[in-house]
Write a protein that binds this ligand. Structure first.
Ligand code: SF4
Ligand code: SF4
Length: 343
């Protein structure tokens, strides 16, 4: 099979709205990035969700953000299916002309969600699964979560939904990653996202920084597994994480349109800032407003040899230097992806 490999370029006019409609969840994953102190504990009511969706839709011209030709929404939590009005939120996104609708779920599929939305309304159900068996997955995501998630995937697939899967790679499960493609293929998954554990939320506060992978650990397993997945017919995506010294660095905060919205009204454009009150925008009184300095947006233009400025500020331990004090390689934007497409 021919495999097409490409780096996914940031699309300036394509907007992605990562919409956390609540922060509550039935699980307590070791690597969860939700931080109630910073993101709130509120569950947005449907009327507020509708208003906030409008603020980011490409048809809204009162917005403080750049115009977009299309907008994709990803509903997140917490666990978004715990929200009793998720189906109403999906339908309203469609009415507003959102280009695609994705629901990121831990697989428990509460509130009978599969009966209340259709494959025409939801482009993807994206299931978080961190191991190919309960013995790997459950110590990370919680007892019973492997069974619940794979059951949910089968049900969604049977009802005609397109399903994708997200694997968060860490030292707790990286050795199991090569076992994932076959499981996902058997479950009918079409897209496989491998992501890297970040030092945010629980990993930062629970002193679990030992879960983070080194450059060598990542390079040894991830690209090869992605290729294996693509050869089985899965569309596979993984973050670049590192760039060679000669490769061009680009910060999504400057050139892309990604908005990470939390129920307390904070709107970030860089996920690495989500543990700090550095959000570039906020929603107040039903309006999206740019915040005055100092925010993440004031830091994006800083050009440094290490590449990503937020990694330099918040996670300097991620950067390796040579004996002259120069970075061995650049840290890529966390939103820069490699994509492998079956030919
Ligand atoms: S399912 Fe998601 S929101 Fe819930 S604890 Fe796990 S990572 Fe956090
Ligand atoms: S991760 Fe780094 S490069 Fe990407 S948006 Fe944030 S600051 Fe910019």
């Amino acid at each position: 099979m021919n495999i097409l490999k490409r780096t996914v370029e940031f699309k300036p006019k394509s907007r992605n709205l990562f919409f956390h409609i609540l922060t509550a969840c039935n699980l307590k994953c070791r690597h969860c990035y939700i931080n109630p102190e910073q993101h709130g504990t509120r569950t947005l009511d449907l009327s507020t969700i509708r208003t906030w969706l409008r603020l980011f839709s490409q048809t809204d011209h009162s917005s403080a953000i750049k115009p977009a030709t299309d907008t994709n929404v990803i509903f997140l939590g917490g666990e978004p299916t715990l929200h009793p009005e998720l189906a109403g939120a999906v339908k309203h996104a469609r009415e507003l002309g959102y280009a695609s609708v994705t629901i990121d779920t831990n697989g428990y599929l509460f509130n009978n969600i599969l009966e209340r939305v259709s494959p025409e309304e939801v482009d993807y159900f994206s299931f978080s699964l961190d191991g190919s068996s309960s013995s790997v997955n459950d110590p990370i995501r919680g007892a019973g979560s492997f069974e619940a998630c794979t059951k949910g995937m089968k049900e969604a697939e049977r009802k005609g939904f397109t399903i994708s899967s997200i694997f968060t790679a860490s030292r707790a499960n990286i050795q199991d990653l090569p076992n994932m493609p076959q499981l996902l293929k058997d479950l009918g998954v079409s897209r496989f996202f491998i992501q890297v554990i970040g030092i945010r939320g629980n990993p930062a506060h629970g002193h679990e920084t030992d879960l983070q992978l080194s450059h060598e650990e990542w390079e040894k397993i991830v690209p090869e597994t992605a290729l294996q997945a693509a050869e089985m017919g899965l569309h596979c995506t993984y973050p670049r994480v590192f760039l060679g010294k000669e490769e061009t660095f680009s910060c999504a905060g400057l050139v892309a349109e990604n908005y990470f919205v939390f129920p307390n009204g904070r709107v970030y454009t860089c996920p690495l800032c989500e543990d700090y009150p550095l959000h570039a925008y906020e929603i107040r009184n039903e309006q999206l407003k740019k915040r005055p300095p100092l925010t993440e947006a004031d830091l994006f233009p800083l050009q440094i040899p290490e590449g990503c400025v937020m990694n330099r500020i918040f996670h300097p331990g991620n950067i390796e230097y040579d004996k002259h004090g120069r970075p061995v390689r650049k840290i890529a934007c966390c939103m820069l992806k490699e994509e492998l497409l079956p030919g």
